[in-house]
Design a protein around this ligand. Structure first.
Ligand code: SIN
Ligand code: CO
Length: 363
């Protein structure tokens, strides 16, 4: 029997309208009857592996210590208030990847990773703010979350042994989370989690592309196609005659319109899909024996549909296919498996594209 997809017990539409990216929200018992799929020992085991991305943070009497993995078991033999954090755990543990189902109503291409932390009593990463949206799901034990002020680049911070912590933290609200509870924290809001007992916390993170990167890609793509011989016409001096040496506001507006017109005329809209998928991990070449395939954990796949066609983005590359392929693409995006022969028969070019961009893995 197929297992039921996990989903947070809350009103998704109300969340999108009133909360998403705007204010924090406590969702008590968001996952009733859910049990943490990992133990502290299993998480520590992951952090011993060379391929995982892990951090160990401890503090004692206001002195912080920060180390990056991989670790050995002796690292955990310590007496301060410490926490171990492992990023990208969904790539290693299918039951952790299944948590992505809880937030399928959010744009999938914004999903970043699931970080799992273990902390002893008093442990935590200290007062800070993140630039991404995070859903903090309590896995086991209890953690007190303090929420503070809205922060930005100008908010004073101090470097504590490599940790970028807030200089001041004023608690505005606080919540105690037990297993299955979720706290949503939008980007820029100061937060500080303090373990009340040994605890595991799952952070489901969503990261937005930087507008500066989108702008750069849009402009780069337009420049690739732009005729370098096109010159700026003067449509503005007739409106107001310039004085000697003067650039009038009309001149500036004329030049601005010329640039914007060129950018718009040469815009195929593909820069967003390229930028948001290009940080994906590449799978090993697909075995010719693979019968069933799915999306490689860590690979990035997204699509854009128009009436007649569908543009697919895979790890930063793009390819055009037919809208009839959408159900197969959606299945891949939600972690389902596909019959490789069926996919190849439906669109051999798409299949070759997905393989060459390293987003398919055989199972
Ligand atoms: C943690 O799990 O301790 C840190 C999560 C966060 O603050 O974003
Ligand atoms: Co944080």
């Amino acid at each position: 029997m197929a297992s039921r997809r996990l989903t947070f017990q809350f009103d998704e539409q109300a969340f999108l309208e009133n909360v998403w990216q705007r204010r924090p929200l406590l969702i008590k018992d968001a996952l009733p009857n859910w049990r943490s799929p990992l133990t502290a020992e299993e998480l520590a085991g992951l952090s011993l592996e060379a391929g995982t991305d892990s951090r160990l943070i401890g503090h004692n009497d206001g002195v912080w210590e920060f180390n990056t993995g991989p670790f050995s078991s002796s690292h955990f033999d310590r007496s301060d208030a410490w926490t171990l954090l492992v990023n990208g755990v969904e790539q290693w543990v299918p039951e952790v990847a299944a948590l992505k189902d809880c937030l399928r109503f959010l744009p999938n291409w914004r999903f970043d990773d699931i970080m799992v932390s273990y902390a002893v009593e008093g442990g935590g990463v200290g007062p800070h703010f993140d630039r991404y949206d995070v859903f903090l799901l309590q896995g086991s034990g209890t953690r007190l979350w303090r929420l503070g002020e809205w922060c930005d680049e100008s908010t004073p911070r101090i470097d504590h042994g490599g940790l970028n912590l807030l200089e001041r933290f004023q608690t505005a609200e606080e919540y105690e989370l037990g297993p299955g509870d979720v706290l949503y924290v939008p980007p820029g809001l100061a937060h500080w989690g303090i373990a009340q007992s040994d605890c595991l916390t799952y952070s489901l993170g969503f990261r937005a592309p930087r507008v500066v990167d989108l702008m750069a890609r849009w402009v780069d793509k337009a420049l690739e196609q732009m005729d370098p011989e096109i010159l700026l016409e003067d449509r503005s001096s007739v409106e107001r005659k310039p004085r000697l040496g003067e650039i009038t506001v009309e001149h500036v507006e004329n030049a601005r319109q010329a640039v914007l017109n060129a950018l718009q005329a040469l815009d195929d809209g593909a820069w967003l899909g390229e930028v948001v998928t290009e940080s994906g991990d590449h799978a090993e070449p697909l075995s010719p024996l693979a019968k069933t395939v799915c999306l490689y954990p860590g690979a990035r796949l997204a699509w854009e549909s128009a009436e007649e066609s569908c543009r697919v983005f895979a790890n930063g590359e793009q390819h055009l296919t037919r809208p009839t392929l959408l159900p197969a693409l959606q299945k891949l995006c939600c972690g389902d498996t596909l019959d490789y022969a069926d996919l190849e028969q439906a669109d051999p070019d798409l299949c070759a594209f997905l393989v060459s961009s390293g987003v398919l893995v055989g199972i």
